[in-house]
Ligand binder design. Structure first.
Ligand code: ASC
Length: 134
């Protein structure tokens, strides 16, 4: 089924928001210790992030999604749509980091999870710095 440009922007932002919520849970339980560590919750959060990372979100950057549409605002930079090789690079880095986090989270070693979590965060930032406005 075809997804309208407006819906593509809505769906991709929903994916990032859902990942951010799950990143926040891992951060609180593993990095900050502000919430008690629960291995199942952290593994579930890591699996959710990896599932979205592996879901083919590139399909949500179709023609007409370069700019905000209707009520859906986007901060994507124009370069995202021309620098395909660079986009592929940051996307693969993110994918690998997310898959590694899921693998490590299943093992339950907090120090390893913290490291893998940091690597995912770096891969998020790698794309933001190149392809996200502000
Ligand atoms: C998050 C979140 C991001 C990334 C980024 C990492 O939890 O919402 O966008 O991590 O801040 O640098």
């Amino acid at each position: 089924a075809q997804v309208s440009p407006e819906d593509q922007i809505e769906y991709r932002k929903a994916g990032y928001s859902f990942m951010a919520w799950n990143m926040g849970k891992i951060k609180a339980q593993v990095v900050e210790g502000s919430v008690a560590y629960d291995q199942q919750q952290v593994a579930a959060a890591a699996n959710a992030i990896a599932a979205i990372a592996n879901s083919g979100m590139g399909a949500l950057y179709g023609p007409g999604t370069e700019k905000s549409v209707g009520k859906e605002k986007t901060r994507v930079k124009p370069e995202f749509f021309t620098q395909k090789e660079e986009v592929a690079k940051v996307a693969i880095a993110f994918n690998q980091a997310a898959n590694n986090l899921a693998k490590v989270a299943a093992g339950g070693d907090k120090a390893q999870i913290a490291q893998a979590f940091g690597d995912v965060g770096k891969s998020c930032k790698g794309c933001h710095d190149k392809f996200r406005m502000d």
